[in-house]
Design a binder for this molecule. Structure first.
Ligand code: R5P
Length: 330
């Protein structure tokens, strides 16, 4: 991580004095890795009552402090959200001056529009809960759609997993590379990766999602040329793995030499691991934005890169008032 020692020294004492770092139970390892890079203490204030209710008790004075809460709202999604809301509420009632919530993975972000009648915009509802609880700023990582920042009027900075994923992809020195997106929404992102990787092209695999059935999609067609190319499929998340495995199969049928995957959030729900293991995908690179199960970490096809340096820098930049776009947005 390239936070300079002088800059760290200058701000460290003020920073430690004025900040409190908290994490819920959804990805404490990531939170501790961030705290270690910042040379700060990370508090874990959550426990449970016998009936399953969440209990928050923060041992640190927060009066006029800047509180940073790190909590991906990943599985168990609803518990993770509730832990986040209660930590914000505790910090606000304890007179924190600012409450920055760092949500590396934002649960419900795929439900970001009214795609048919009589459905909620769940991502907006969750954002309202976070805002109403008292958060003063939101930081996310590869939020499913950038326009979700408009669901609230508090500042919302979205960072990109490419900051951590690109060095890992580059280190593989893949020749004849084409970057592909498994859906229309990811085309801009794929184009950005292609440019930064100096790839020979971009491809788009269309999919048609059956909105009557959760997590079901079909690859339908593609734009771009992949024959005799090595493809890297980029996506914001891998949930059941269905989207990426189908897209990979389609690309191989169209003459691609190999298919790798880079996805920011590795949810690996259901039998995603088995599906990926039995697929022709060569490698899957994900970040540690959500807590990864031991069997995911041990899997030979899966490479994990950390987003801790990126998020530690984000905390540091908020403290020092430095611009994010200068060195955090790739
Ligand atoms: C969809 O719009 C997302 O970008 C992902 O492609 C999708 O959520 C992945 O889900 P699954 O792995 O279950 O196909």
């Amino acid at each position: 991580m390239a936070i300079s020692r002088t800059s760290l020294r200058k701000t460290l004492s003020k920073f430690v004095e004025n900040s409190v770092l908290l994490t819920g139970r959804s990805n404490p390892q990531l939170a501790h890795d961030i705290a270690k890079l910042l040379h700060q203490q990370m508090f874990e204030p959550i426990s449970s009552f016998a009936d399953g209710e969440i209990r928050v008790r923060i041992p640190q004075n927060m009066r006029r402090r800047h509180v940073f809460i790190i909590q991906p709202t990943s599985t168990p999604v609803n518990d993770s959200i509730m832990e986040l809301i209660l930590m914000i509420d505790a910090a606000r009632r304890a007179s924190a001056s600012e409450i920055t919530v760092i949500i590396p993975y934002f649960g419900y972000s795929r439900q970001d529009r009214k795609e048919r009648s009589r459905v909620p915009i769940s991502s907006s509802a969750v954002t309202n809960m976070i805002t109403n609880a008292g958060a003063s700023r939101i930081i996310t990582l590869d939020i499913h759609s950038d326009q979700q920042q408009g669901f609230t009027t508090i500042p919302w900075d979205n960072l990109y997993g490419s900051y951590s994923l690109l060095p890992a992809i580059k280190s593989e020195k893949i020749s004849d590379l084409v970057v592909a997106s498994p859906d229309k929404g990811g085309l801009l992102q794929a184009t950005k990766y292609a440019k930064l990787l100096n790839a020979s092209g971009v491809a788009l695999v269309y999919k048609q999602r059956d909105i009557e059935v959760n997590n079901k999609s079909e690859a339908m067609g593609m734009i771009g040329k992949v024959r005799d190319k090595r493809v890297i499929l980029v996506d914001d998340m891998l949930d059941t793995g269905g989207t990426l495995v189908k897209a990979a199969k389609y690309l191989l049928n169209k003459g691609a030499l190999s298919v790798r995957v880079a996805a920011t959030h590795g949810l690996f729900s259901g039998n995603a691991l088995a599906i990926i293991n039995s697929s022709e995908i060569e490698e899957v690179i994900v970040t540690d934005s959500v807590r990864l199960r031991p069997e995911v970490l041990k899997n030979k096809k899966i490479k994990v890169v950390t987003v801790a340096p990126l998020l530690a820098k984000a905390v540091h930049h908020i403290q020092t008032g430095e611009s994010f776009s200068k060195d955090l947005i790739l």
